[in-house]
Design a binder for this molecule. Structure first.
Ligand SMILES: Cc1cc2nc3c(=O)[nH]c(=O)nc-3n(C[C@H](O)[C@H](O)[C@H](O)COP(=O)(O)OP(=O)(O)OC[C@H]3O[C@@H](n4cnc5c(N)ncnc54)[C@H](O)[C@@H]3O)c2cc1C
Length: 515
């Protein structure tokens, strides 16, 4: 089914093609520097990790181009920097940290990146494993009813539920926080959160987490460096308790012998090369972000998995520069924040708010009379004692969009934070907080904060830019497999599980097609 060309055959066929149409200068680079590979995956987060594993298992030679570096957990427990002592490892190519306080750091290819838009700030990961390096590990499946408030009926929820969600879970192996860990002092906030919900008559429960709780036990026993238990999350977990993708999907992909991951390769351009092939140009950088080489690859199958912002930017650039001429005008549209909001509640006693991560419990207020919402409890390093920090999600409409700015050569992001739907979601969250507060004699510490999201979704959505399996309209061998496919929300859940399940579904389709 897959015709694998080696590099020599590829150069010969490129030259033959050039000669046959009389263009001896056609793509001089094709004659000297292009590296040919059957499939390329851009980005190694959830979409890229799933695509890589399934391509490798199918025997397809694949290169994964990832802008960030590898993050190997060490026995010394010093892979990542900490909230208390951040350095360049915390942040992607920035002279200061970008969350909590703005602390001066060395400019380095660190794990957490920010995209500042008009009306929204977006956080995202960088490195082998994508945003799973910095994520909270929540592995959360939406209900069927809410799923169809967001997704088209061309996606069969029952099939996702039966085949693809379980397939992802079989690899990420998420589990709920065990009671012996929940009962420790570190997880006081999680217990208070569950108690407060019960008093308010709200449904609360433990979440499935991509966390190795045995390692958390070792942290508690003093056998591993304290990380999860002291609330570290967004700069990575030094104990290795987080089951990030480099430790499951991506290592399995590499073990097939068919997949090679190239870290510190920033893709700048994607273009159609000749019939049904793509050329990908990237900058190879060092760990300080300096370009040390420019490389180009040609592939037959191209999988875009640079995340909602990264993939959309590459597509917008290709459209504006005319390197993918058949892209339609829907690129950049239907973007949303997953309805993210941060809140904090003042209680009447100690909460240990900077400990006990990742946040492992949720209140599901899906029958909120204004709009369905969920609230998760999270540790934050800047939250004072007696306060609990919460993180809300709702169904954001995909009212945001990205456009290409030719002067900065990057995408500009716009989010209508005051739209009617966003106001409705804010009211719904406030309603739930009022129930919690009146049942528990607590108060909101500050107004709910909708200024940032860790869940960017959309920009190359199903039905607009891609078909229901992520194949880009107009390009038979070009696929979007990441969060860009999703129109703004994963229906009151954190998105990683749904992104991965949809990628599994797309890869099944791709591998089973006839040519
Ligand atoms: C702080 C934080 C906490 C989160 N917690 C949770 C959680 O608990 N549960 C949950 O479900 N979701 C969580 N999320 C969201 C989740 O991580 C994302 O929804 C998910 O990772 C998106 O998957 P993706 O494949 O679309 O992109 P990503 O995982 O973001 O991967 C994209 C990859 O592409 C790379 N890339 C980008 N541009 C280029 C380029 N030009 N060239 C080469 N490589 C490039 C990036 O470095 C990155 O590795 C969290 C996110 C953040 C930031």
């Amino acid at each position: 089914m897959y015709r694998v060309l080696n590099r020599r055959q590829f150069v010969q066929s490129s030259l033959a093609a050039a000669a046959s149409i009389g263009l001896s200068s056609l793509r001089a680079s094709a004659q000297k520097a292009d590296e040919y590979i059957e499939a390329i995956v851009i980005g190694s987060g959830f979409g890229g990790a799933v695509a890589s594993l399934r391509l490798g298992q199918a025997g397809i030679e694949t290169i994964v181009l990832e802008r960030g570096r590898r993050w190997q957990i060490t026995d010394a427990g010093d892979t990542f920097s900490t909230y208390q002592k951040p350095d360049g490892r915390s942040t992607w190519l920035s002279p200061t940290t970008i969350v909590f306080d703005s602390v001066p750091i060395d400019v380095y290819t660190g794990v957490l990146d920010v995209k500042r838009g008009d009306g929204i700030i977006v956080y995202r990961g960088a490195g082998v494993g994508g945003s799973s390096l910095v994520y909270n590990g929540v592995t959360y499946q939406p209900t069927q009813e809410l799923f169809y408030q967001v997704f088209p009926r061309t996606i069969n929820y029952e099939e996702l539920d039966r085949v693809y969600y379980p397939r992802v879970r079989s690899i990420l192996k998420p589990s709920q926080i065990p009671d012996d860990i929940l009962q420790t002092n570190y997880y006081l906030s999680s217990r208070i959160f569950l108690e407060q919900a019960a008093k308010a008559g709200l449904k609360a429960r433990k979440l499935d987490m991509a966390v190795d709780w045995n390692i958390v036990r070792q942290e508690i026993a003093g056998q591993k460096v304290p990380s999860a238990i002291i609330g570290q999350v967004y700069y990575g977990l030094n104990s290795g308790a987080k089951n990030s993708l480099d430790r499951n999907y991506l290592s399995m992909a590499e073990a097939t012998g068919k997949v090679e991951i190239r870290p510190l390769h920033v893709v700048t351009t994607i273009e159609e090369s000749d019939k049904e092939r793509f050329r990908i140009v990237c900058n190879q950088i060092n760990e300080q972000g300096t370009v040390i080489a420019q490389k180009s690859f040609v592939c037959r199958y191209l999988f875009l998995a640079a995340g909602s912002i990264g993939t959309t930017e590459l597509l917008l650039r290709a459209k504006v520069n005319g390197t993918l001429r058949r892209l339609n005008n829907q690129v950049g549209k239907f973007w949303g924040t997953n309805g993210d909001a941060v809140g904090a509640v003042i209680t009447n006693g100690p909460t240990n708010p900077t400990q006990g991560g990742p946040g492992a419990t949720v209140i599901e207020h899906l029958d909120n009379p204004i709009a369905p919402i969920v609230i998760e409890q999270l540790p934050f390093p800047i939250v004072p004692e007696d306060v609990i920090a919460f993180f809300g999600q709702a169904i954001a409409k995909p009212e945001g969009y990205l456009t290409y700015n030719t002067s900065t050569q990057s995408a500009d992001l716009f989010w209508p934070s005051n739209s009617a739907n966003n106001q409705k979601n804010a009211q719904a969250l406030e309603y739930t907080y009022q129930l919690l507060n009146s049942a528990n004699s607590t108060t909101l510490a500050q107004p709910l904060d909708f200024s940032s999201t860790a869940h960017p979704l959309g920009g190359a959505t199903i039905g607009a830019v891609c078909d229901t399996y992520g194949q880009v309209y107009g390009y038979r061998n070009l696929f979007v497999v990441d969060g860009s496919l999703i129109p703004g929300s994963t229906a009151c859940t954190n998105p990683s599980l749904t992104i991965a399940a949809l990628a599994e579904r797309s890869m099944d389709r791709f591998l089973n097609r006839s040519t």
